[in-house]
Write a protein that binds this ligand. Structure first.
Ligand SMILES: [Cu+2]
Length: 312
């Protein structure tokens, strides 16, 4: 008895350590996800899922994705199961003489009606989503994005003083000078020198084009569910309404030449007051306006985990 209780005790201790380590790892993982929400969304290493939704359209896209999986997964499993059953049950060694059945009315009816129903249930919400994406609501702000090999130009329409600027990918040697050394907030290959700044909760109309003698690019912002071609000589239109403040990253999404992967899109979503102040200052002094906005919105990197619990 005594000799048996030793190993059992050890086993229990071992199990406790494993459970403790697992719960610590889980907590760390949860903290990691919480910390990441404090600077909105961007692609991450080994990301398997879509970026977190930050606009009504993207919420709808996420919903539709989950909804369609309820059809995709069962159909895939059914086909896999049928393949296995048929492969095993009707293999040559068991069934030396092949069946000559050529018709079965019940099966014909079932496999016609089944797919029709599946397509019907997929098509209705899909068309609704497409409509919501393509029907522009009344816009509060209009910004024109013009793509050139290889940067973006943003032009704020309708203001008293025009605000327009180029947005280039941030080079590593310029990070310190720009005050953007924090790689978590300003990731490599995604951070830019001048972000597009927009207010939270406002409907933004994006006019998207490419410079007249340029090539086709595409304006994409995954967290807002936006992706639209930038075609020379043609003005495309899309919209979004960001529902959370923070920094969002996208990339040119149409292969456009050698620096295609070096023309990111960065949008900083801030409160309406901060946006108004930034816009007024940006008309005359863009670097000053950006610096003031960074000072007002960016928190020190070591506070990210703490800041995660405070909405920005
Ligand atoms: Cu491009």
């Amino acid at each position: 008895m005594d000799s048996a209780s030793g190993p059992m005790e050890l086993g229990r201790l071992g199990r406790n350590v494993v459970i403790k380590r697992a719960s610590a790892a889980l907590t760390a993982l949860i903290c990691l996800f919480c910390a990441s929400t404090s600077f909105a969304d961007q692609p991450r290493p080994w990301q398997m899922d879509l970026q977190a939704a930050a606009s009504p359209i993207m919420h709808q896209i996420r919903w539709f994705e989950h909804y369609s999986l309820w059809f995709v997964v069962p159909v895939t499993l059914l086909v896999l199961a049928l393949l296995i059953v048929v492969g095993v049950k009707f293999r040559a060694s068991v069934h030396p003489v092949a069946s000559r059945t050529s018709h079965n009315t019940t099966i014909e009816i079932l496999w016609t009606i089944g797919p029709v129903l599946v397509l019907f249930f997929l098509a209705i919400p899909s068309f609704n989503l497409l409509n919501a994406q393509l029907q522009l609501p009344d816009a509060d702000i209009t910004v024109k994005a013009t793509a050139t090999q290889w940067q973006w130009n943003y032009e704020y329409e309708g203001g008293a003083t025009p605000v327009a600027f180029d947005s280039y990918m941030l080079k590593d040697q310029d990070r310190a000078g720009a005050g953007k050394a924090d790689l978590a907030r300003y990731p490599r290959l995604l951070a830019v020198d001048n972000e597009m700044v927009l207010p939270v909760g406002k409907t933004v109309r994006m006019l998207v084009t490419a410079a007249p003698t340029d090539v086709i690019h595409a304006f994409a912002m995954p967290a807002f569910g936006v992706k639209i071609d930038a075609v020379p000589g043609r003005l495309n239109e899309t919209w979004f309404k960001a529902d959370t403040e923070g920094m969002y990253y996208g990339q040119c999404s149409e292969l456009c030449g050698k620096d295609h992967s070096f023309m990111p899109i960065a949008i900083r979503i801030v409160s309406e007051e901060k946006y108004t102040a930034w816009l007024a200052q940006a008309a005359n002094d863009l670097p000053g306006a950006n610096k003031a906005l960074m000072a007002a919105t960016d928190r020190p990197a070591d506070n990210l985990a703490v800041a995660a619990n405070v909405s920005n």
